[in-house]
Structures are given as structure tokens and as C-alpha cells.
Ligand binder design. Structure first.
Ligand code: ZN
Length: 194
């Protein structure tokens, strides 16, 4: 399928607005809406332009550190590929380094790389774990994601408070229940005062 240009994308949104029965697509409040929708798409779908290898390329000597590195409560916002509805939540990302550790902000950026695409939660979870495994070569990698889905909240079954949890466990986190137990204790431990 050929890629439409920006003006074609804007007119497609205009068509969708005029499909809403009873709405006036040419009223003042909606005049710039198609433009703004496409602008917002640049942001919410910016993950396609990012390369995980480049995001995870700044690593440092771990100086023998061989424990769990956990970044928890990484908030993210994504778009469900089935309904184009937002879903949002938080990710907990962990790995056990072999010899290299990665800059901590890079772990947050790898979440956004996957979240800012048309997605399902399972694919984000697996994608982050795959990238950690491939580019950090850790002893183990773990990703746990909890999210609330707009397509469940505002349409269909209309469930406001249901949270979906997904996890991907690799290496020692997959093989050793002790590693998983320690990880879960770290995730559940009392947060620092905020
Ligand atoms: Zn959906």
C-alpha cells in the first residue's frame, strides 16, 4: 500500500469526523482537529523511527556488580492496534548484568520505543525483553507490565478498573524461582517517599 502524504492523512480524518452522525465537521472547534490529530500521531507513533540497538548502546563497566538492576514504575502510554484506543500503565524492567551495565534512562527509553507504536500489551512486553537479551547480553532479563485499556473502559464491556498484567522472563529469571522471588520482592517493596 502506498504511503499517503500529510494532506491526504488530514483529509482522511476530516472524512472520519463527518461520519459522526449529527456532528458538524466544519464547525469552529473542529476546524484544526484533523491537523492536530496528525500532529499527535507524529508523537504517539514515533517509536517506529527509533532503533533499539542505538537506544541501548551506551553501556558502562559494571565493575563486578552481579545483582538485579530494576527500574520499576516506568509509566507509558500506548495505542491499541485493534481499536486505536489508548492504553496506559507502568512497566517494571530488570536485568542481571554480565559485565556491562546500561544507562538507566535507556531502560525508560526502550519502553517508549515499543509503546509509541500500534500495539498490544503482550508484544510490548516481549519486545522489551527481546531487546534487553539481544543488546545487553544479561544473565537474565525480566519485564512486567500492568496496564488499563481504553477499549475496555469506554466501550464494549466497560470495565473501568481492570488491569492487565503481562510478563516475560528470560535467562535466570526464567530458570530460577529464587531469582523471580527476589525480583517480585523488589517490585513490591515500599516505595521511597515521593
Ligand atoms: Zn483494543
Amino acid at each position: 500500500m502506498s504511503v499517503p502524504d500529510r494532506s491526504q492523512a488530514i483529509s482522511a480524518v476530516e472524512t472520519l469526523l463527518s461520519y459522526i452522525e449529527g456532528e458538524q465537521a466544519d464547525r469552529e472547534g473542529l476546524l484544526s482537529t484533523p491537523n492536530r490529530v496528525i500532529d499527535s500521531w507524529e508523537e504517539i507513533f514515533s517509536g517506529y523511527k527509533q532503533d533499539p540497538e542505538k537506544v541501548l548502546d551506551s553501556t558502562f563497566n559494571g565493575e563486578g556488580y552481579d545483582g538485579i538492576v530494576l527500574l520499576r514504575d516506568v509509566e507509558f502510554h500506548s495505542t491499541c492496534e485493534h481499536h486505536l484506543q489508548p492504553f496506559k500503565g507502568r512497566a517494571h524492567i530488570a536485568y542481571i548484568p554480565t559485565d556491562r551495565i546500561v544507562g538507566i534512562s535507556k531502560l525508560a527509553r526502550i519502553v517508549d520505543l515499543h509503546a509509541r507504536r500500534l500495539q498490544n500489551q503482550e508484544r510490548i512486553t516481549k519486545g522489551i525483553a527481546d531487546d534487553l537479551e539481544q543488546f545487553l547480553n544479561p544473565l537474565g532479563a525480566a519485564v512486567i507490565i500492568e496496564a488499563a485499556h481504553g477499549c475496555m473502559q469506554c466501550r464494549g464491556v466497560m470495565k473501568q478498573n481492570s488491569i492487565m498484567t503481562t510478563s516475560a522472563m528470560r535467562g535466570v529469571f526464567f530458570e530460577k524461582s529464587e531469582a523471580r522471588t527476589e525480583l517480585m520482592q523488589l517490585i513490591r517493596s515500599a516505595p521511597l517517599s515521593r
